[in-house]
Structures are given as C-alpha cells and as structure tokens.
Design a protein around this ligand. Sequence first.
Ligand SMILES: NC(=O)c1ccc[n+]([C@@H]2O[C@H](COP(=O)([O-])OP(=O)(O)OC[C@H]3O[C@@H](n4cnc5c(N)ncnc54)[C@H](O)[C@@H]3O)[C@@H](O)[C@H]2O)c1
Ligand SMILES: O=C(O)C(=O)C[C@@H](O)[C@H](O)[C@H](O)COP(=O)(O)O
Length: 540
Amino acid sequence: MAARPYAVILGMMGAGKTRVGKEVAHMLHLPFADADAEIEHEVGMKIPAYFEQYGEPAFREVEADVIADFLEDFEGIFSLGGGAPMTPSTQRELATYIGHGGKVVYLDADPQEAMERANRGGGRPMLNGDANARWKKLYKQRDPVFHEVSNVHVHTRGLTPQGAAKKVIDMVSQRIVHVDGTAIEPYDVAIGEGAMNRLVDVLGPQPKKIALIHTQPVQRHSDRARALLRQGGYEVSDIVIPDAEPGKTITVANGIWERLGTEGFTRSDAVVGLGGGAATDLAGFVAATWMRGIRYVNCPTSLLAMVDASTGGKTGINTPQGKNLVGSFYTPAGVLADMTTLASLPNDIFIEGLGEVAKSGFIRDSEILHILEEHAGELRNFNGQAFLGSPLEDVVAELIERTVRVKAYHVSSDLKEKGLREFLNYGHTLGHAIEKLEHFRWRHGNAVAVGMVYAAELANIMGLIDRDLVDYHRSLLSSLGLPTSWNGGSFEDVLALMHRDKKARGNELRFVVLDSIGHVVHLDNPSVDDVEEAFRRIQH
Ligand SMILES: NC(=O)c1ccc[n+]([C@@H]2O[C@H](COP(=O)([O-])OP(=O)(O)OC[C@H]3O[C@@H](n4cnc5c(N)ncnc54)[C@H](O)[C@@H]3O)[C@@H](O)[C@H]2O)c1
Ligand SMILES: O=C(O)C(=O)C[C@@H](O)[C@H](O)[C@H](O)COP(=O)(O)O
C-alpha cells in the first residue's frame, strides 16, 4: 500500500505554508517536506535560477513530477509551492489523494499579511515587478482553484504560526460525512474538535445578518459561535429560546418571526441553530418558514443532536396533541458537530443520545452495536470534564460518524419519508407516545430505547425475530444505562397517541420492526391484541 501524506498544504505565496506546515509536523511528530526545497534538491539549483535558465513550463513539469512522487511515498506534512495546484496533472493527483481519504488544506491567509510576508522573503520569480499587484492578480486566478482542489479550508488571519498549526490539526482530524441525494442540496457534517470554526465558510459571503438561536445552558458555546460570526463580519442577533421541549412551540417560533421581521431579515440572511435537538429542530423550522426558506447551519451540542437531530432536515415543533406534528423537510447548509461542546454535557443527556446511536446499530450498522458492547462501561460513566483528549473521545467520534452515515443513507434517497426513511423511526412509535404522556419529563432517547424494546417484542409476537434478539435489545440498552421498560400510562392512552404517529395511515397503525439485526421491515396494521400484548411485555 502506498504511503501517503498526513496532509498536503497549499495556499498563496506568503500564506505561511512552510512555517505553519513545519509547526504542524512538529506538533504531530511527523516529518515535513516542502515541494520547492525538494525540487531544488532534484534539479541542483535554486528555483529563481532554474526559472531564468529553463522557463516556467519546464519548472512546472519538474514540480508536478516531484509532487506526484511525494503524494505516493511520503508519510508526513507536505507543503506545495503557490502555483503548483494550477497544473492540471497535479490537480488530478490531488483529487486521487483526496479520494483515498487525504486532506488537502488550503491555508487562506489575510491578503495584506501574506503580501507582506511574500515581499519580505524575496527570491520569488512569480512576483517580479510590482510585487503587490502581481500577488493580487495571482490571487484572483488561484483562489478559485485552491478552493476546488482542497477539502479543508483554514483561515489564518491574525493567528500566530502555532495558532494556525493548531487550527490545521483540528480541522484535518475532523471526520466529514457528505450528505447528498435526490432533492438535497449537498452538505457536509463535520465532526470533531473545532468543527465550529467552519461556521463562516459554511454560511458563505451572502448573508449579512445571522439569527443565532440557542438555549441558555449552552451559552458558553453560543458565545464562541457569536465571536466567530462577528469576526466573519456578520451582524448577529442573539436569540435565546426556552430550554428543551418548551422551546419547540408555535409561540416560540412566532416570537422569532416577529424579531426577524423587526430586524429586517431578508431571504439572503441566515439562521444558526445551536444546542440540543430541540433547539436545532426549532431553528431549522424557523429557517424553513421565514420568507419560505433561508439558509441555516446547525451546531449540535448534545450527543443526540450530533448523531441524529441536526442532520437530515426534519425540522419542527410540537403541538398540544403530540410530538413534531408541525414541521417541514428542509435541509441545512451544513452541520458542525464540535466535540469540544460535549465537555459540558451532563452524563444523563449523553446516555440518552446513546439510544439513537443504538437504533442506528439495530437498523443498519451492526458494528455500532459491537462498539457499544465493547465500551458500554466507559460510555455509561461518561464525564464531560474528563472527556476531551481521553481514549473515549475517539470511540465517541467513531460512533457519531457511523450513526450520521446511517442517517445520511436513509435520507439521501428519501428526504420526505415515503418509505426507506421511516426505518429511522425504529422505536419512535411508542417512544413519542411515552414522551407525550410523561409531559416531556422523559428524555427523547430514553423513550426511544423503551420503544425499541417494544418494537422488538412486537416483532417477536409476529414471528419475525426470536427471543434472543429481544433479550439482546434489553441487555445492550440497559448496559448503557438506558431504560427498557415503562409503566407510566394506560394502553388506551398509548394506543390513541400511536394512531397520531406520522407513519399511521387512516385508521391503520404502522410500525417499523426488525426481522434481523441490520434489517428493518414495515409492519402494517397489526391486530390490537398483538399491539397490546407487546405493550404488556414492556411494563415489567
Ligand atoms: N429532527 C430530527 O431528525 C430529530 C432526530 C432526533 C431527535 N430530535 C429531537 O431532538 C430533541 C432531543 O434532543 P436532545 O436530546 O439534544 O434534547 P434537548 O435539546 O432537550 O437537550 C437536552 C438538554 O441538554 C442541554 N444541552 C445540550 N447540549 C449541551 C451541552 N453541550 N452542554 C450542556 N448542556 C447541553 C440542553 O440545553 C437541554 O437542557 C427532541 O425534541 C427530539 O424530538 C429530532
Ligand atoms: O430522521 C428521521 O426520519 C427520524 O425519524 C429520526 C428520528 O430519530 C427523530 O426522532 C425524528 O425527529 C422523529 O421524527 P417524527 O417524524 O417521528 O416526528
């Protein structure tokens, strides 16, 4: 197998590719190579002299060959000369490298800072003449290409080389899930420490005003988002909504619509939803409805919001009759699951999120179940304060990525939930009824955990799965600290609420159940006796 660079760095002359690249390599204990230095070594002369003697086309040929070799045989940080990405063969090599999971970092410095640095160094044949005018002209040509050929974009304005290197490392180590498909404007879910730093890039240059919608318990994270947004030049309206389910109401949405109207939000402005799933559901709903839809980005801060609520575009509010009864399918422009936010997450809310993680394991990715089994004890004892930098962080990052991939798979071909997407509702038919009957004092993921045991019991009654698989649901979920039984209401009340589930059609109840691990089927119109028998079995 070819040895490939940990990261490739490109950018304009003076962007700091060599300085920052060396710092990144030093911090990661990796070797560093600079394409220009390697070329000089190869041709046995300095680049300005080579340019003068042989001209630019000959130089670009040597450069492309050297880069191609390093992309296939160097395990370190590799920085490219400013003009290298303009060569078509290098562009193809970089695309192949990205295709193998490589990270091409566009180091995007403040133009003024970069020009000063580029002039200071001297010895740059591409800047002969009026150096600043040349730099600007080249920037105009190169910036779109740099965007095109890179998959990690790092703004370094105002940062020291160490600060820029730390930012590069954070962004390179983030996991990206690309969500694409029919009727979806493609977007990325970035997972990892520092993912929120992408906020300005994802929002783009068009919005002038941003409504930053969040709850009070995540204030310190919204303070960070607000600072990033202000640095990016946006006008920020800080909108604090009631915490958890009380935030998902028409009254709250109406209050925000009034504010957006008063503050002159137009179609080109945007929303950022930051917090748990309730906050991102509400923020998405406001974005979907304001002027019939404006751009929005989710910054989930709970495990459940990271793995489920923030991705896929189900936005909505509750009504007095039930959960999520009003809403729309409206996809975000990006999702930034910044794992540093998990440091403040209470243990019980982390555990709740494992309910949706386990769901994704049951319905599609059995590796998730193995990881949960293997790390059940550590996950159950999650402590936010000791989490960052611990071995558990990698385990959780892997679980988040895998769960988001399961979500992306279902959403990509069925955004509006005509069939396949309903499988993501495993455990929710009873789960939503429990939440409602418990006046939302039961957390969503806990209710879904009981709902999955219920669905497993129902599948067993229908002869679709054996008792071992039902028992496995109970043992796995309880090993994670999740509930597996419920005694809080009558069957009649539960039945009435399950009839209001969005999967129901007319008077017919519809469920999604397993027929084996990783394989879900629809169960339409089971008899009331069977539905009741399954309910009786989860009451113990
Ligand atoms: N749209 C979807 O596809 C989808 C999917 C799953 C769930 N949901 C919805 O998501 C909601 C559940 O999400 P949830 O479990 O995140 O609940 P939540 O939004 O109620 O958040 C739980 C609590 O944790 C707090 N919190 C969140 N992040 C924190 C952090 N980093 N530090 C400290 N406190 C933090 C919140 O303020 C809240 O008090 C439900 O409304 C559910 O219906 C939606
Ligand atoms: O994305 C989906 O589709 C889901 O069903 C994901 C669920 O985990 C989530 O709880 C969702 O909010 C439930 O939606 P609902 O349509 O049943 O209200």
